[in-house]
Design a protein around this ligand. Sequence first.
Ligand SMILES: [Zn+2]
Length: 206
Amino acid sequence: MQGAATARVERGWLDERSRLEALARAIEPSVRIETKDGWIWRALGRLAAIATFGGISKRRFLEDFATTLGPLQGYPAAWSAGRVEMILVHEARHTYQARLCGFGLHPWLGIPIFAVLYLALPVPLGFAWLRLLFELDADRAAWRHALARGASPHEIRARARAFAAVVCSGSYGWAMPRGIGERVFERAAERVITEFESDPDASARA
Ligand SMILES: [Zn+2]
């Protein structure tokens, strides 16, 4: 019994660091993943605490949040590999989007253009189509990856609906009216599921 119980314990992401990094780099070669123990994350944690007037404490920033800074991704050391994996794919895809905005040369070069498109166009909130589309594109990559790793269509649909609601909430600056955002995500999820079911290998490579 002891053995069975132990086998179910989720592995920490540091045990699978090289697999996770290879996965991210297949999407965007510049990605580096780190624990949030380094000085840069501590400094950002302090800034987050100041900027939110303590709403997000430095400790919460370091232990409860994943953070992406260009090609650099920081994760709390205690997180499971499964928890890191979904976020990793989604964020690597955003970094790739930034590279595209930099004419394919490097994500850092594209980040200013990416930021303007993401934050402000066509309007900063209420009808921020591009923000919705950047998020949809990033999450589609995560759905494809999850399906290839054995997630059920039901799980993908649930994730799509839940994430659409978050993108249309204050957390993402009310990108779009929620009803529209959810419909866009639901349709995209159905397409990804159909593609995967008709050709799992091609879908995993996309
Ligand atoms: Zn995102």
